[in-house]
Design a protein around this ligand. Structure first.
Ligand SMILES: *[C@@H]1O[C@H](CO)[C@@H](O)[C@H](O)[C@H]1NC(C)=O
Ligand SMILES: *[C@@H]1O[C@H](CO)[C@@H](O)[C@H](O)[C@H]1NC(C)=O
Ligand SMILES: *[C@@H]1O[C@H](CO)[C@@H](O)[C@H](O)[C@H]1NC(C)=O
Length: 585
């Protein structure tokens, strides 16, 4: 009897202990919400010193968390920067770089993408029991061999749920006046084609016609068919709008072409519903904005409301969407259990101009912008981390940190282990964020432009200095400009860059705008710095195992790889319907 009682109470204790333990584990494992804005300039946010653009929600995030002022992206263009963010490795290690002028995945019709043997933070935390989602822009490839094999779909990289744009916003996506007309005409034409096909079939099989011979009816139908096809093909249907600007939910295409100004509000709904579904946690949500990339699709609610034209309107709409996501986290009572991170994939795009109004981001006091390998404006981005009770509120950290740090930081906070068979370039941010250490663990950071190394940053372990050595810089044109207005993006090599020998040297701690190069005469440590950095660069280069570049000319744009919603080439659909459209107001 006694033994039995003892056993019963023991098992009760076990049960209690178990629930306690598992609750503790859940408390230990925070939910994770990563917010990345596309092409946002560091100077576009109130909390980074902008006094005319209104970004109250991002600002509140900064007040409640740590704001990083020297947060550096591994590349100044989307595809490589995001590959590095996902994997914690320089994009040159995963092959997400190019020797060519275009350094991103240029269409949904190329077979390249992130190698499947790369480990993303999503796969890492999924291993720790997290439910993971990507909502928004992907831009890491889609298909390999057929238009629906989805070999590079986010599901193959550790994401459990996906809604968004597999490609990226670009000019043809908006405005799209022809979209609705084409959708209407498209469905009628499809009906015609079916009718023609049925007629031909009936005529041929039944030989019913007395007035016209079968061969003639066939020829007539074929002419009609070819005419319709030709009309359809050479109308705006051939525009990239139809082939690149599309949205998917899981594996299904929901809109082709997409209604760009509506996409943002559907994405927010998707995010909120993911948070609701997974409120028990732990979850990871990577919310990858389509904002504030050109052509800046904005709902009428925000058009004309900012002091900075369409660009400002789009930034303010982005901020309101951040507010909706933060609001949902609050409403679900998850604030204290959720680590929220906010960043941009790289600096603002200076060359985006419509007329005389500037329509790209503002990189504050920093020189250069998107697409430039080394200049600070292309790679210094906002970085905010909020985790109430775990990370101090209202703190500012000026030490060098990297977007690649997110991968090892998430490993640390979720109890995951880093892959041991490869180099991870990021560092766990928690010791710095929690004030255990004051000095960044990044002594050197390497700044690439495609496969070409342009600059190196050195933050010596025993000094406040942040040396920046430039070996290559783009030639700005027209002469006197501060960007590459003649080519839309600056080049990485060849005639449109300057090779510096001796290299240009700046100390960012004294000259953050990289305005006055230091020389042997003005800087006593000049030789020491150049020598030390050259040695570090050699060590870094030795650590790189060559892989096949995934973004290069050998990956041809093929119509056969482009996703199609319907029967090729009639690839039109709108499964969000009218009701969602009203949700954007
Ligand atoms: C604020 O942002 C706008 C839009 O990018 C920019 O034009 C303006 O110069 C910025 N203001 C400051 C003080 O940085
Ligand atoms: C959330 O964390 C903050 C800061 O540590 C604390 O003041 C607050 O009481 C916590 N709220 C809840 C509901 O636990
Ligand atoms: C992934 O596969 C590619 C191609 O086979 C190879 O070159 C690369 O080294 C692999 N990467 C890792 C991290 O194993």
């Amino acid at each position: 009897m006694k033994l039995r009682n003892l056993l019963i109470s023991l098992s009760w204790m076990c049960l209690l202990l178990n629930t306690c333990l598992s609750q503790e584990v859940n408390d230990d494992k925070p939910n994770i919400v990563l917010i990345m804005v596309d092409d946002l300039g560091i100077g576009d946010l109130g909390c980074y010193g902008n006094d005319t653009i209104r970004t109250p929600h991002v600002d509140s995030l900064a007040r409640e968390g740590v704001r990083l002022t020297q947060h550096i992206s591994a590349a100044s263009l989307c595809t490589p920067s995001r590959a590095a963010f996902l994997t914690g490795r320089y994009p040159i290690r995963s092959g997400m770089v190019s020797k060519m002028d275009s350094r991103v995945i240029t269409s949904l019709g190329v077979s390249s993408g992130l190698f499947l043997n790369e480990t993303t933070f999503a796969a890492l935390v999924k291993n720790q029991g997290y439910t993971t989602a990507l909502i928004g822009k992907w831009h890491q490839g889609l298909n390999c061999l057929s238009r629906s094999d989805h070999c590079h779909h986010p599901y193959n990289y550790g994401f459990d749920y996906y809604y968004g744009m597999p490609f990226t916003l670009f000019e043809p996506c908006w405005p799209d006046p022809s979209r609705d007309a084409e959708l209407a005409i498209g469905s009628k034409i499809w009906l015609c084609v079916q009718l023609v096909a049925i007629t031909v079939l009936t005529l041929t099989i039944g030989k019913l016609s007395r007035w016209i011979s079968v061969p003639w009816s066939l020829i007539l139908s074929m002419i009609l068919f070819i005419f319709l096809l030709g009309y359809f093909w050479f109308s705006s249907y051939t525009s990239p709008l139809y082939w690149e600007c599309l949205l998917m939910r899981e594996h299904e295409i929901t809109e082709q072409p997409m209604k760009a100004e509506r996409a943002g509000s559907i994405m927010v709904k998707e995010a909120v519903s993911f948070l609701e579904r997974n409120r028990e946690g732990p979850f990871l949500l990577f919310y990858s904005f389509l904002h504030v990339h050109a052509p800046l699709p904005t709902t009428t609610e925000f058009i004309g409301t900012s002091k900075h034209g369409l660009y400002g309107d789009n930034v303010e709409e982005m901020d309101s969407m951040v507010g909706k996501i933060l609001g949902a986290i609050d409403d679900l009572g998850l604030k204290n259990r959720t680590l929220v991170y906010f960043t941009a994939d790289h600096g603002g795009h200076l060359e985006v101009r419509v007329g005389h109004a500037q329509h790209g981001g503002w990189n504050g006091i920093y020189k250069g912008g998107k697409g430039m390998g080394g200049w600070e404006g292309g790679i210094r981005v906002p970085g905010i981390v909020r985790w109430p009770g775990k990370v101090p509120a209202g703190e500012v950290i000026e030490e060098p940190t990297s977007l690649m740090d997110v991968f090892p930081t998430l490993a640390a906070v979720t109890g995951g282990t880093l892959p041991q068979d490869r180099v991870i370039d990021g560092r766990n941010l928690m010791p710095l964020l929690q004030g255990e250490i004051q000095h960044s663990e990044h002594e050197f950071l390497f700044h690439y432009c495609g496969v070409h190394l342009h600059a190196v940053r050195w933050h010596p372990r025993n000094s406040e200095a942040v040396w920046k050595v430039h070996y290559v810089t783009p030639v700005f044109q027209p002469p006197g400009a501060q960007a590459c207005y003649m080519t839309t993006y600056c080049r990485c090599s060849g005639e449109l860059v300057t090779y510096h020998n001796p290299p240009l040297l700046f100390d960012l701690s004294r000259d953050p705008s990289e305005s006055t190069p230091l020389t042997r005469d003005t800087e006593p440590q000049y030789d020491l710095v150049i020598r030390t950095v050259a040695n570090a660069l050699k060590k870094h280069k030795d650590s790189i195992i060559p892989v096949q570049p995934q973004i290069s000319g050998s990956h041809q744009d093929s119509i056969w790889l482009k996703p199609c919603c319907g029967v090729f080439p009639f690839c039109l659909c709108d499964k969000e319907g009218i009701s969602s459209a009203s949700g954007s107001s």
